[in-house]
Design a protein. Sequence first.
Lengths: 201, 226
Amino acid sequence: MILVLDLSFRPGSLSAEEFVGPVDRIARREGKATLIRHYTDIAPRDLASVDAAILCGTALADFGYLGRLERFAWLPSFPRPVLGICAGMQVITRVFGGEVTPEVRIGMAWHEVIARDPLLAGKGRFEAYELHTLSVVPPASFRTLAASASGPAIIRHRERPVYGVMFHPEVRNEWLIQRFLSPIRPGPGNEHEADEGERAR
Amino acid sequence: MRLGVLFSGGKDSAFAAWRAMGKEEVACLITVVPSNPESYLFHTPNIGLTALQAEAAGLPLVSVASAGVEEEEVADLFRAVSLAVEEHGIEGVVTGAIRSVYQATRVQRVCHDLGLWCFNPLWQRDEEEHLDEVVSSGLRFIITGVSAAPLGESWLGREIDPAALGELKDVARRYRMNPAGEGGEYETFVLDAPFFGRRIEILRASREYRGDRGMFRIDDARLVAK
């Protein structure tokens, strides 16, 4: 079961159809069962029942999630893989001690892989859809795996499969969500491969 | 939240309006009327009839003219949305974009520059599932433009009911065409919608078909009771 988390301004909003629906459909097409929840409405039993979590993006004008970071206090101790998309990456950054900075980007942009990771195997330079008004200064516990002209584009926790992605992979880069989901199996033993960069150290 | 819907008169913008009405207040429809039939950003056949559709829906229409020149169209869109803010106090814009990053990017930029919310409730939908939902919602529409070889003259003016939808999906699969017409393969016009108080009856229409392209022009239409 994959937790697909809605970060939009209220449960069941019009933004959920735009940012949560596409991610949910990709997960279900990959054969995964999903549990959609709004970030203000997650119960401990929800967290205990899922094998991974995806924090979805939200509208450009929406900043409500950054004012309620206490709702994400479960993230640092969540023992499963996490993928944060755009607003989700900003939340991960803030919760793990990094910063967000103003940076408006709207449209397709080139991205460059700058560090090796199983999630990005075989990828070098690719185009992706950016839709954000904030970039991030990643926490010290994360490394940057890919970047665009707007700053860090993909980050990963140095020890755990916790990823942040600033662009929207549900648009023209579904492979990233598919690769994140592919090693995930129900129950224990679903961890992603170790970060190659960390393993080499 | 008071919203304006970018409205072309076709199935996707009408369905987006319907989705938006279930969650927020739709205060007006917004149409940009290009004089150039090859407009990059805006749907063109019968776009002058959005006034009749707005009347059917009981909603005000904000309509601005555009020369339909690429990139200048963004300035025209900015003007139209600004007018909707002034006249109807909208706080956000809704579009019927499904896959077009070109269209979505430009609308997002205009909304950001004006400090407005932007909603794309049909974004990245599976096109076949989307068409099924549109047809089963009670939205009635006809094909008013074709520009892909597998859709010949016989499709012009045809209502997409469940039987026609089956045929359209077959054609799309066979010729690897976007079934929702997102690549401009066909254009549509909505005659009735769940939010219309009255429906549109076509009184007179003409067809043009040359090469692989054709248009069904509605020359006269009226509102009738549902």
